[in-house]
Ligand binder design. Sequence first.
Ligand code: NAD
Length: 297
Amino acid sequence: MTEIIDGNEIADRIKTELEVCVETLGNHGVTPGLATVLMSDDSASGTYVNMKQRACEEIGIKGRHHELDPGTSSDTLEDRIEALNENPDVHGILVQMPIPDHVDEQTILERIDPMKDVDGFHPENVGKLVTGDPRLKPCTPHGIQRLLAETGVETAGKDITVVGRSNIVGKPMMNLLVQKDNLGNATVTTCHSRTNNLAEKTRNADIVIAAAGVPELIDGSMLSEDTVVIDVGVNRVDADTGKGYELVGDIEFESAVEQADAITPVPGGVGPLTIAMLLYNTVKAASLQENVDVDLP
Ligand code: NAD
């Protein structure tokens, strides 16, 4: 029987443990704070930020939401980030991507104090991750590691194919999985839009992690029997639903489930872990900044 991995259940377990950490911080007079900054009219981005803020409230993190007009200048956005860097009540800062084209994404990411960089995208945090001394790990790849561990899937010695090489998912995923630690020790193949014969790479894998942003790119014929399949993709495709669209992953679920040993659904797989690990990073950032030890899950 193929296991359908329940991301919500795993995320809820992590959140319950994080609540205890928030209580510990509270006993030392610290309320962890997360500032989110939205500079976009995109409805999906707005929805993601709301979900993140709601999740904060659920476990006692103080959320502070900042909404800027999409026409705001880079200088104004940078000033806002600087003010948040200086604010001792704010332990984590998240600028929801994408931001408008007139603002350089990398400049903004580098403005955030690396100790408050709960997305884990600042070059200092990226460097620490690559050199095997991670501080704040990017939420989605970290969430996938936790999801595998909680499902009892070992990564040590496994062949893992990651499809996608973005700075947000693919590259940090690869870097985490090759680390010499109990959530790593894998042999990783990273595929991208210029990869030849993708099916050969996915068929040779014990674990496939798909993060291409291409609806149903990988079907069952591209997988070997008993593969563990992690679908990161969240793609809106036109559909005859009330909203006029439905969400599908990068995996063609119906055929992949026939081959897989375990598989994540979309939605309800990786997404909830991404949010849980954002809360994890906020609690960790607060613990580091305030010098209060907490027992992170
Ligand atoms: P991206 O567009 O930045 O990167 C996509 C990557 O896929 C690129 O590196 C590209 O080379 C590769 N790619 C594209 N077409 C390919 C093909 N045909 N074959 C092989 N590789 C191909 O996207 P991203 O930000 O990394 O996100 C990827 C997907 O994951 C998106 O659907 C996004 O919405 C989703 N996502 C989900 C979560 C979550 O929490 N569930 C978090 C982040 C991203």
